[in-house]
Design a protein around this ligand. Structure first.
Ligand SMILES: *Cc1c(COP(=O)(O)O)cnc(C)c1O
Length: 476
């Protein structure tokens, strides 16, 4: 299995060769050169598998340059009940991504039972173990530099803490994350984790990361890496829970299910697309956005019109406040018949700050063949959905999951089970829950007092040179 670029101008590489990098040299994203196929017989064999066996079965078809026993060991160390410990009462943590039935045919697929209470742990924990393994094989080290406004940074830190050969430098806007998110990150005492609180906003943090990445000399000299959302291994890891969710709510392979996915960068739902392409019987993939609705606009109209960060709304589902969906190019590559020249043409418009329209040449008409539908949600919808879900089912959901559920209900059909992907636990977004329900959500007992733990972080100005100097001082 080789990986090719969506822009068609980069050499094909193996899984381990693309693991540590970001974009392909031609600016594209890596995709498998062909999707491995699971037959009906394969699906039957996979149906009774636990998460680890399922993950190994799927990942071994996507990774062919890690010896089987080693991949098996990496998977077994990653997907343990002790790591995904925050299952709800009545759920079995051994399921790793257990389901919760709200009513007949309507389920939550719990992806947020990992250490940072958000779905990004599902992929990031695997990435941590893969990075450590591949770096050791190559005799290399990496210094991960990232910017975060919450979920990504904490998931990366919890995945990379204590890993050999990896340092993490995570920039976050000083005093702009929630107390819970801040405490989650800053309470880590691991030597290889460096929290830098930047006096500024998230965009300042991101600008510094870009400036450092554009300094190719510095980047090479100091082995600067990233764990951004376009990393293929993250998408691959996420494919697994679509299969797990499917088997949990069906009894044979003639049945189809639909998934509703709270979306921002299109990474999560892209994995659903890949699962479908590999043979999973998926009816609809429901793309749910918040007020930042570029993806909903595309799936309704065929026009993809990313917006600049100045036109991004700050919402109560903040991890979806994204107006340029970095993984969307992967789906468009498939949609346009894997024509790299076409993708280059489309993204030359996007990269110049423009839009593209797929109606003219008939591509948009094909979107339905892939099962995609969409919708958007706003603050009032979220509050209403959280209230309603509490009243009707006695279940507290977070704001992102509420966006997913709201849009799911608009696309539900009578005899197809609908799984709403739960992308964060409500404890992570206390203020919004208090606003919706008038009381705080329950917090897992082991996280009581999190905000009182000693914190380890450095406050710095939004000054690229100073931050470069800090990095250099802490890796040598
Ligand atoms: C990252 C995130 C999302 C969006 O996922 P994408 O892969 O970027 O589409 C949704 N909800 C939560 C809680 C997240 O952390």
């Amino acid at each position: 299995m080789k990986y090719i670029s969506t822009r068609g101008l980069s050499p094909a590489l193996s899984f381990s060769e693309i693991l540590l990098g970001g974009l392909a040299p031609d600016g594209g994203l890596y995709m498998p050169e062909a999707y491995p196929q699971f037959s009906a017989a394969d699906l039957s064999a996979m149906r009774g598998m636990n998460y680890r066996d399922l993950a190994y079965t799927i990942l071994s078809r996507l990774v062919d340059d890690i010896p089987a026993a080693d991949l098996r060991d990496i998977v077994d160390r990653t997907y343990r009940a002790e790591v995904y410990a925050f299952a709800r009462p009545g759920q079995n943590a051994e399921d790793i991504t257990p389901t919760l039935e709200l009513e007949q045919g309507l389920y939550l697929l719990s992806l947020s039972n990992g250490p940072t209470l958000a779905f990004k742990d599902m992929a990031m924990q695997l990435l941590g173990n893969l990075f450590e393994y591949v770096l050791a094989k190559k005799g290399e080290t990496t210094n991960i530099l990232g910017a975060t406004s919450g979920d990504t940074g904490s998931a990366a830190e919890y995945a990379m803490r204590g890993k050999q050969g990896v340092n993490v430098f995570m920039l976050s806007p000083h005093q702009k994350m929630s107390r819970f998110q801040t405490a989650q990150m800053f309470s880590l005492q691991d030597e290889n984790i460096h929290n830098i609180a930047v006096r500024g906003v998230f965009d300042d943090c991101q600008d510094i990361v870009k400036a450092v990445s554009n300094d190719h000399q510095f980047k090479a000299n100091h082995k600067i890496g990233a764990v951004n959302s376009i990393n293929w291994a993250r998408v691959a890891a996420q494919v697994v829970y679509y299969f797990k969710g499917y088997f949990a709510v069906t009894s044979d392979n003639s049945q189809k299910v639909s998934f509703a996915v709270p979306s921002g960068n299109f990474g999560n739902v892209c994995a659903g697309h890949v699962a479908r392409m590999m043979g999973l019987p998926v009816d609809k993939l429901v793309v749910a956005t918040n007020e930042n609705d570029v993806l909903d606009e595309f799936f309704r109209t065929g026009v993809y019109r990313p917006r600049g960060s100045a036109n991004t709304y700050h919402t109560s589902s903040p991890s979806m406040d994204i107006s340029k969906a970095s993984n969307f190019e992967r789906f468009v590559f498939d949609l346009v018949g894997r024509d790299g020249a076409k993708v280059r043409e489309l993204w030359s418009k996007v990269d110049a700050g423009g839009a593209f329209d797929l109606n003219a040449d008939g591509w948009f008409a094909k979107v339905a063949d892939y099962g995609f539908v969409s919708g958007s949600s706003n603050h009032a919808h979220r509050m209403q959905t959280i209230k309603q879900t509490q009243a009707q089912y006695g279940v507290t959901i977070d704001t992102h999951t509420a966006d997913g559920l709201k849009v799911a209900l608009e696309h539900r059909s009578a005899d197809t089970p609908m799984l709403v992907l739960e992308t964060a636990l409500p404890a992570k977004f206390e203020d919004a829950i208090v606003e919706a329900l008038g009381h705080k959500p329950q917090r897992p007992a082991s996280l009581e007092g999190l905000e009182q733990l000693p914190q380890r972080f450095e406050v710095m100005d939004a000054d690229t040179d100073a931050i470069k100097a800090f990095i250099v001082a802490h890796i040598e």
